[in-house]
Design a protein around this ligand. Structure first.
Ligand code: PBG
Length: 327
């Protein structure tokens, strides 16, 4: 049917009718808020390149996560650690004394309602800032699997609800699944960063997590931004190895990949709206160049519309506070 019978503007006439036919609505259950935990007490260290985000010591993180939950209802967080000391292979992260396991223990006691997704990677914990153990100038895949598995078990023992490997080693989902199962954590899900690209959009995060590589870059393990067939193969591998959820990262320059992954696999798909995507919005807003709250809503809606079931985003708290206040 075409004009004059069809008039698509009929369903746009009023807010009520637009609200009625809206296809995509982002709500608190879709969102995961990332946090950075650091040593010390009473520390709330602003991250310059990510306005409104902080490195929190454990005591301050507990307060912040309580506030997140009480003011917005967001009940899922993703944790990254900044350790006291680093080493060659990330072993510092593999015990209950490590920064993230200690934070998880404290959070589980103070705000048990909040679900904790623990990022698993070595880059925050190695002196060289790469995601694994270096042999002959490159990250050695199979040696790295050992620390990833040990780190995952330490996080699960502390009480992590979901294990989220972000390292991009081959075979790591299987290695982590086996280690979790052997230690009695067969019911702990794995959220795999499956299609993670070697992206310039991670720049601000590396300031936040103090995890920039000291030589070279991550392009021998993270994906080439030009490829999307390869993303499907990465996702397929992770599903075969036991991933319960798969992730595409970053989000905005990869909406086509999110869409292909969702329509190919019909699995829960997570999208990571990363630090650089966040900081660009903040910078433009600080200059008065954009309507920030509308931009944030449009961005998150587009990620969900593309096919993401879950969005990891530094906008989570602010977005929900604004939804609540604009009602
Ligand atoms: C660790 C990790 C990174 C991010 C999440 N986990 C950085 C990287 O791969 O260099 C990036 C998150 C962001 O930019 O917000 N491997």
């Amino acid at each position: 049917m075409s004009f004059p019978v069809t008039r698509l503007r009929r369903l746009r006439k009023t807010p009520a009718i637009r609200n009625m036919v809206r296809e995509t609505i982002v709500n608190k259950d879709d969102l995961i808020m990332p946090y950075f935990v650091c040593p010390g007490e009473g520390v709330q260290n602003p991250i310059k390149s990510m306005p409104g985000n902080y490195q929190h010591s454990i005591d301050m993180l507990v307060k912040e996560v309580k506030d997140l939950y009480e003011t917005t209802g967001v009940d899922k967080i993703l944790l990254f650690g900044i350790p006291e000391e680093k080493d060659e292979d990330g072993t510092v992260a593999c015990s209950q004394h490590a920064i993230v396991p200690r934070a998880i223990t404290a959070l589980k006691e103070a705000v048990p309602e909040v679900m904790i997704v623990a990022d698993v990677c070595n880059c925050e914990y190695t002196t060289h800032g790469h995601c694994g153990t270096i042999v002959d100038g490159d990250v050695n895949n199979d040696l790295t699997l050992k620390t990833l598995a040990a780190q995952s078990v330490a996080l699960a023992v502390a009480g992590a609800d979901i294990i989220a490997p972000s390292d991009m080693m081959d075979g790591r989902v299987a290695a982590i699944r086996n280690a979790l199962d052997e230690n009695g954590f067969e019911n702990t899900p794995i959220m795999a960063y499956s299609a993670k690209y070697a992206s310039a959009f991670y720049g601000p995060f590396r300031d936040a997590a103090e995890s920039a590589p000291q030589f070279g870059d991550r392009s021998t393990y993270q994906m080439d931004p030009a490829n999307s067939d390869e993303a499907l193969r990465e996702v397929q591998e992770d599903i075969n190895e036991g991933a319960d959820m798969v992730m595409v990262k970053p989000a905005l320059s990869y909406l086509d990949v999110i869409n292909r992954v969702k329509s190919t696999f019909n699995m829960p798909v997570v999208a990571y709206n990363v630090s650089g995507e966040f900081s660009m919005v903040k910078a433009a807003a600080q200059n008065g160049w954009i309507d920030e709250q509308r931009i944030i809503r449009e961005i998150l809606t587009s990620i969900k519309r593309a096919g993401a079931d879950v969005i990891i985003t530094y906008h989570a708290k602010e977005f929900m506070l604004n939804q609540i206040h604009s009602k």
